[in-house]
Design a protein around this ligand. Structure first.
Ligand SMILES: *[C@@H]1O[C@H](CO)[C@@H](O)[C@H](O)[C@H]1NC(C)=O
Ligand SMILES: *[C@@H]1O[C@H](CO)[C@@H](O)[C@H](O)[C@H]1NC(C)=O
Ligand SMILES: *[C@@H]1O[C@H](CO)[C@@H](O)[C@H](O)[C@H]1NC(C)=O
Ligand SMILES: CC(=O)N[C@H]1CO[C@H](CO)[C@@H](O)[C@@H]1O
Length: 350
């Protein structure tokens, strides 16, 4: 009887020991053949993204993004601050219009990341000094931002097209150079270049102070009639290349004449033979003469459209702000574990 009990005890102890050892080995190595429990949790963890303020006060639907990324919950409900993994702040309301403030009165969960969102250049971001030391991520058009949200991009086509280049060029061109502009600020570099250029060649100007505003639905058809479009940025900063290139010029079917960051900077994000850079010329006169001659040289002009054989122009087709927000979702796994922008202001100016 005693021996019996002893054996039973031994068996029980042995079983417990084996279970403990097996559990331990699994914990260290994971279950070979299927992702470990720890991994599955990391990959499938749902993240809550709270948009603190609507950019420029205009609400939009967050639903579509949520459908496309099942690991994301997008909300604009501030009551969910305590559970949010990310809180996105649009800069304009914080730094320039001062209609919003950072919620420093709330207890910020340790793991929560604050995301600084802007689509403007530093010239229109206001004073960022008061924002130093609060943000963990940036979401801007700069290639070095944590979430890169450019105004547009070229995406390689699956198959390179053999089509004649003429097929990509609108047929109805009757204007040499066009420009849509509403701010003629004499302090802008682009204003000086335009003032000079128009003394060399005719420039058709639309927008305030020109031929008037073009309704959005007529924008591309108007630009398609121009050989060249002045894709002149309002300010010159690294990577600040806007819809003036991606939409007005490329989608309008006019060759862009760009004024903005360096040619190298443009070449890093688009096809080097698809645009003319103001800096390619010693003087604005030279630029004017070049454009006039190029428009008269059919073959050479057509070569500026060769990128269309290889690439699609991609920009935010639907609700540009929600598309930007959406880019947060696929990045979770590649985020640095810890980061603080102690000098947000300086980081945006270099
Ligand atoms: C906002 O979130 C709170 C907390 O989860 C919830 O009680 C409330 O109903 C939500 N409000 C809206 C408008 O969804
Ligand atoms: C692209 O090229 C591949 C290989 O040459 C071919 O099989 C495919 O049908 C082409 N697709 C299109 C859409 O032309
Ligand atoms: C985010 O930044 C704050 C400083 O404002 C810091 O306390 C926190 O640890 C940072 N979190 C991460 C995940 O980097
Ligand atoms: C329920 C769910 O979303 N499961 C997903 C977890 O992540 C793996 C790997 O990314 C997906 O294959 C599952 O569908």
């Amino acid at each position: 009887m005693k021996l019996h009990r002893y054996l039973l005890w031994s068996l029980l102890m042995l079983t417990v020991a084996i279970i403990i050892i097996i559990s331990y080995v699994y914990m260290i190595n994971g279950n070979p053949g299927s992702p470990s429990a720890v991994q599955v949790k990391a990959v499938n963890k749902t993240h809550i993204i709270l948009l603190w303020n609507w950019p420029f006060g205009t609400p939009f639907s967050l639903e579509r993004c949520q459908k496309e990324h099942s690991n994301c919950i997008m909300v604009a409900n501030r009551s969910r601050f305590p559970e949010a993994d990310f809180v996105v702040f649009h800069n304009w309301e914080l730094a320039l219009s001062h209609t919003e403030q950072l919620p420093l009165n709330l207890i910020r969960p340790e793991k929560q990341r604050w995301v600084w969102l802007t689509a403007e250049s530093p010239l229109f971001n206001g004073n960022l000094k008061p924002l130093n030391g609060y943000f963990n991520m940036t979401m801007t058009y700069r290639r070095d931002s944590d979430i890169y949200v450019p105004y547009g991009m070229l995406v390689p086509k699956n198959n390179v097209s053999e089509e004649p280049l003429e097929n990509f060029i609108p047929k109805n061109k009757d204007k040499l150079v066009c420009w849509i502009v509403s701010n003629h600020n004499p302090k802008y570099l682009r204003t000086a270049v335009y003032e000079k250029l128009k003394t060399v060649i005719p420039v058709e100007v639309y927008g305030r102070g020109g031929k008037g505003r073009i309704p959005a639905e007529d924008l591309l058809s108007t630009i398609s009639r121009c050989y060249f479009y002045l894709a002149f940025e309002n300010s010159v900063y690294k990577d600040y290349i806007t819809e003036k290139l991606w939409y007005n010029s490329y989608s309008g079917g006019a060759v862009p004449v760009v004024l903005g960051p360096s040619r190298e900077n443009y070449e890093a994000v688009t096809d080097k033979d698809s645009f003319i850079h103001v800096n390619d010329f010693n003087t604005v006169e030279e630029l004017g003469v070049f454009l006039k001659n190029l428009a008269a040289d059919k073959e050479r002009y057509a070569s500026y459209f060769s990128y269309r054989r290889k690439y699609e122009v991609r920009r935010y087709e639907w609700c540009s702000w929600c598309s930007r927000m959406c880019k947060l979702c696929p990045t979770f796994s590649s985020l640095p574990p810890y980061k603080v922008y102690e000098h947000l202001d300086a980081s945006q100016n270099v």
